[in-house]
Design a protein around this ligand. Structure first.
Ligand code: ATP
Length: 779
C-alpha cells in the first residue's frame, strides 16, 4: 500500500469493514467498480473485503468466498473485462433462509457495510436484505448463533448499490455500468455487418441483448442508423409492425439504399405480449419485400471485452461515492443507489429505484405501454422520438405546415472531432422530417469564399455519415473575422438562411460570438444561431461535454492499455505519454482515471519541480516494493501544454537520471490518433440528440428574430435578453441539457487568451484519479 495511504489509515483508525460484491450478469466496468471500492475503502481508513461469486458467496461464506483485499490485489483491473471476483445467479438468496445464512456469514467475517454492484434483480435483493437485516440479526441472536454483543455491534448493515448491468434497465439512473461498453460492441459488430450487407445488398436482422429493456436496441439503432428497431416498450400489433417496417424499409430501398439493418431487442414483443423473434422479422422481409435476409445473433460477445472509457470512469466514480455513502450512512438513512444524471454522480434512494424499475415490468405485463414508456427516463424518450423522426423522415409527410418550413445551414469549424458527421447527418434527417431544407457550408467559413461551397443536403449525400469519423463537409480553424465577415453575411443573405448551426470547438465558439456581435451591422445574422460543441479538448464554455471527447478518450485509453502492457512486460518501465487537449486538462485528467496512470500533468496546474520530484520518489518506492513481482506497467500522462520547459522528453530524461537504474522511462506520443477513427456510440448518439435540439432551437426562435430583423435598434435590441438568447451554445451543464447565450459565456465564462472555459469541473476527477493510484500532491 502506498505510503500516503498507510499514513491516512493510521491517522484515521479502522472505520468500517466494507465488502464489495458483483451480482447478476457480468458487465464491463465491474472490475473498475470493485477496484475503486477497495482502494477508496482502504484510503478512507477501512478494511476492504470482496465477496466472491455474488450472493452464492455470501450464502456460503467462509474464507473461500469472503476475502480481505489489499491495495495491490486490484492492480490492473481497470483494463480487464468481466468481473474478477465472480458473479452468479443464486436461488438460495431469494429465500429468507439463504439471507439468514448470508447475515450470519457477514457478521462472522466482521463486515458491517456492503456495496453491491449488479442489475435490478441484484439490487432488489440488496434492498430486501437491508430491510430484513434487523429481524435476521434478532433471529440469529435468539437462536444463539451470534452473541448479544454481536447483535448490538451489527445492528445495521449499511448497503449501497452501484448499478452494473449491460441492459441499462434500472430506473433513476441515465446509465448502468457496462451498458455503453456493450453498446460499443454492438455498434462495432453492426458496422462490420453493414459492409457485407452493402456489398450484397442484403438485409440483416440483428438480435441484441437487453432483457425487458430496449435501451441497447434503441441506442444501437441511432448510432448505426438502422432502418427499423423492435423494443419491448413500444409494441404494435403484428399487422401494424409488419406494414410499418415494410413501408420504411421499402422506401429506404427505393431511395437507393443498398442494405437494410433491423435490430430486435431480445425482449421485443407485439402488443399481445407475444415475442417478436428474428425469424418472424426475416420471414416478413423475405416474403413481402423479397430481400436476401440473414440473421445475426450477437449473443455473449455483447458482454465481453474491456470496458470503454465511459464505463471505467462511471464505475470508478460510483465506487468512490458508494464507499463514502456507506461510511456516512446510519440506521436511519435509507440505502442509497449511486446513479448518474447526464455527467453528474448522484445518490438516490435504492428502494425508489427498485420500485420504479418494477413498475415498468408491471406496466408491460398489463399492456399499459404508454405507462411503461413514461417510466423510462426522459432521455430514453427523447432518443426514441429522435430515432423515429430521423429514421422515418421520408416515410410520412413532413410534420410542419409549409409556412413554417425553413432553410437551415450547418457548418463545421475547427479541428475534426468524432461525432461531427453524425451531427450533420442527424440535423439533415431531422430537418427533412420536419419539412425544412438543410444546407451544408463546406470547408468552414473560409469555404464560403470559394465557389459552390453551400449545398443543400439530400438523402443519398449523407448515407452512412452517422458512423464516419472526420468531417465529410470539411472543417478548418478559420473564424469569420479571419476571412471577411461581410462576405459571410452576403452568402447567408443570398441563400436566405433562417437559422445557422455551428459544430466545433473553441473556434466555433469564437465564430458564433463574432456573428452575434455583427448582428448590429448585418441583418443576415439576425437569425437564430446555435453551437453544438465538438472538440476533443472539451474546452468550450457552457458545456461539460463536447462531441469527440468520448471518442478521443477511448482512443487514448486503448493506446494507454497497449503501452501499459509493454511497460508491464519490461517490468521496470514507465512511459511518459503526451496527451493533446490544448490548454484544457480534461482529456489528461479523465484518461488518468480510466487508465490508472500514476500521474497526469495538466496545463491548469503546470508542472512544478517539487511535484515531479515527488512523483519520481513515488515511482522509485513503488518499483522497489514491486521488485518485478507484479506485472503492471506505469504511465504518466502529460498534457502537451502543461509545461514549455519540461517537455515529454525532458521528463523522461529526468526520470531516467533520477531512477538510480532501478527503472527506465520512455516517451510515447499518440498525436492525432487521439482524434479517433470511427466516432464512439456515445458521440454518435449525443450528436443526434444535440442536432435535433439545435434544429428545435431554431424553430423556436425564428419567429422572434424575423419579427425584429428589419426594425433592429442596435442598443435597445441587443439589451433584450430574449434576443441575445437566440445565439447560444448547447451543452450539458450541471446535469441538464441547456442553451446558454454565447454573449454571456464569451464575456464572463471564457478565457480568451488560453482558449478555455474558465470554470474547471473535473477537480474531483483529478482527486479521485490521484487517490486511486496513491499519488500525493507535493506540499
Ligand atoms: P442483469 O441485469 O445483468 O440480469 P440482475 O442483477 O438483474 O443483473 P438477476 O438474475 O435478476 O440479475 O439477479 C441476480 C441475483 O440477485 C439473483 O440470482 C438473486 O440471487 C438475487 N435476487 C434477484 N431478485 C431478488 C429478490 N427479489 N430477492 C432476493 N434476491 C434477489
Amino acid at each position: 500500500t502506498p505510503a500516503r495511504v498507510v499514513d491516512s489509515v493510521s491517522r484515521a483508525g479502522i472505520q468500517r469493514n466494507i465488502a464489495v460484491m458483483t451480482s447478476g450478469g457480468d458487465a464491463p466496468g465491474m472490475n473498475a467498480n470493485v477496484r475503486a471500492v477497495i482502494r477508496t475503502a482502504i484510503f478512507r481508513g477501512s478494511r476492504a473485503f470482496a465477496i466472491y461469486e455474488g450472493y452464492t458467496g455470501l450464502v456460503r461464506g467462509g474464507p473461500e468466498y469472503i476475502r480481505e483485499m489489499h491495495w495491490h490485489d486490484v492492480r490492473g483491473w481497470l483494463a480487464e473485462g468481466g468481473t474478477n471476483i465472480g458473479t452468479a445467479r443464486c436461488k438460495e438468496f431469494r429465500e429468507r433462509a439463504g439471507r439468514l445464512q448470508a447475515c450470519f456469514n457477514l457478521i462472522s467475517a466482521g463486515i458491517d457495510a456492503l456495496v453491491v454492484c449488479g442489475g435490478d434483480g441484484s439490487l432488489t435483493g440488496a434492498d430486501l436484505f437491508r430491510a430484513e437485516w434487523p429481524s435476521l440479526v434478532e433471529e440469529l441472536a435468539s437462536s444463539g448463533k451470534i452473541s448479544a454483543d454481536q447483535a448490538t455491534q451489527y445492528a445495521t448493515l449499511n448497503i449501497c448499490g452501484t448499478v452494473g448491468s449491460i441492459d441499462n434497465d434500472m430506473a433513476s439512473t441515465d446509465a448502468t455500468i457496462g451498458a455503453y461498453s456493450s453498446l460499443a460492441r454492438i455498434c462495432q459488430a453492426i458496422d462490420y455487418i453493414d459492409a457485407t450487407a452493402n456489398s450484397h445488398q442484403r438485409a440483416f436482422v440483428v438480435e441484441v441483448m437487453g432483457r425487458h429493456c430496449g435501451w441497447l436496441a434503441l441506442m444501437a439503432g441511432i448510432a448505426t442508423n438502422a432502418d427499423y428497431i423492435f423494443i419491448p416498450e413500444k409494441p404494435a400489433s403484428k399487422k401494424d409492425w409488419e406494414d410499418h417496417m415494410c413501408g420504411i424499409v421499402g422506401k429506404h430501398r427505393k431511395r437507393g439504399k443498398r442494405k437494410t439493418i433491423v435490430i430486435v431487442a431480445e425482449g421485443a414483443i407485439s402488443n399481445d405480449l407475444k415475442p417478436i423473434t428474428c425469424k418472424d422479422v426475416l420471414k416478413v422481409l423475405v416474403d413481402r419485400l423479397g430481400l436476401d435476409t440473414r440473421i445475426t445473433t450477437l449473443g455473449h460477445v455483447q458482454r465481453g471485452g474491456t470496458a470503454v472509457a465511459y464505463d471505467r470512469i462511471l464505475a470508478t466514480r460510483q465506487g468512490v461515492a458508494a464507499v463514502d455513502a456507506v461510511l456516512a450512512g446510519n440506521a436511519d438513512t435509507p440505502s442509497p443507489m449511486i446513479a448518474v444524471a447526464e455527467n453528474k454522480i448522484v445518490s438516490r434512494p435504492l428502494v425508489d429505484a427498485v420500485r420504479l424499475t418494477k413498475q415498468v415490468a408491471e406496466a408491460i405485463e398489463n399492456r399499459d405501454f404508454a405507462k411503461a414508456i413514461s417510466l423510462r427516463d426522459a432521455e430514453f424518450n427523447e432518443h426514441l422520438h429522435n430515432f423515429m423522426a430521423i429514421n422515418s423522415a421520408d416515410h410520412g409527410e413532413p410534420t410542419l405546415p409549409v409556412e413554417k418550413r425553413k432553410r437551415i445551414a450547418i457548418v463545421n469549424v475547427g479541428a475534426p472531432a468524432g461525432g461531427m458527421n453524425s451531427a450533420v447527418h442527424a440535423m439533415a434527417c431531422y430537418c427533412m422530417s420536419r419539412g425544412h431544407t438543410p444546407y451544408a457550408i463546406h470547408n468552414g467559413f473560409s469555404g464560403l469564399a470559394r465557389h459552390e461551397s453551400v449545398r443543400s443536403i439530400s438523402w443519398l449525400d449523407i448515407e452512412g455519415w452517422n458512423s464516419l469519423g472526420g468531417s465529410e463537409i470539411g472543417t478548418n480553424r478559420c473564424v469569420p473575422e479571419d476571412t471577411d465577415i461581410g462576405m459571410v453575411a452576403y452568402y447567408l443573405e443570398k441563400y436566405r438562411f433562417d437559422g445557422l448551426i455551428l459544430v466545433g470547438g473553441f473556434e466555433a465558439f469564437v465564430s458564433l460570438s463574432q456573428l452575434e456581435h455583427a448582428r448590429a451591422a448585418y441583418p443576415a445574422f439576425r437569425i437564430p444561431m446555435v453551437l453544438i460543441p465538438a472538440t476533443i479538448s472539451n474546452n468550450v464554455p457552457g458545456t461539460e461535454y463536447s462531441l469527440g471527447s468520448d471518442t478521443c478518450l477511448n482512443s487514448l485509453v486503448d493506446y494507454c492499455d497497449v503501452i501499459k502492457q509493454s511497460a508491464a512486460a519490461t517490468r521496470n518501465r514507465v512511459f511518459v505519454v503526451e496527451v493533446q487537449g490544448g490548454n484544457s486538462g480534461y482529456i489528461a485528467s479523465f484518461a488518468q482515471l480510466a487508465s490508472g496512470a500514476t500521474a497526469s500533468y495538466v496545463p491548469e496546474e503546470g508542472i512544478s519541480l517539487t511535484q515531479l520530484e515527488h512523483d519520481i520518489a513515488s515511482l522509485r518506492e513503488s518499483f522497489a516494493n514491486d521488485n518485478g513481482k507484479t506485472k503492471s506497467g506505469r504511465l504518466i500522462l502529460k498534457s502537451a501544454n502543461s509545461s514549455k520547459v519540461l517537455t515529454t522528453q525532458v521528463i523522461a530524461d529526468i526520470i531516467n537520471q533520477e531512477s538510480r537504474k532501478r527503472f527506465d522511462a520512455k516517451t510515447a506520443v499518440p498525436g492525432h490518433v487521439q482524434q479517433g477513427g470511427l466516432p464512439s456510440p456515445i458521440d454518435r448518439t449525443r450528436a443526434a440528440r444535440f442536432a435535433v435540439r439545435a434544429v428545435q432551437f431554431i424553430e423556436d426562435n425564428t419567429e422572434l428574430m424575423s419579427g425584429i430583423r428589419d426594425t433592429w435598434e442596435p442598443v435597445e435590441t441587443l439589451s433584450r435578453p430574449e434576443v441575445t438568447a437566440t445565439a447560444a451554445v448547447l451543452g450539458v451543464e450541471r446535469s441538464h441539457l441547456r442553451f446558454t447565450p454565447v454573449r454571456r459565456l464569451y464575456d464572463f465564462e471564457s478565457n480568451q487568451g488560453k482558449r478555455v472555459r474558465k470554470k474547471i469541473f473535473w477537480d474531483e476527477v483529478r482527486e479521485i484519479g490521484d487517490m486511486l493510484v496513491g499519488r500525493s500532491k507535493a506540499a
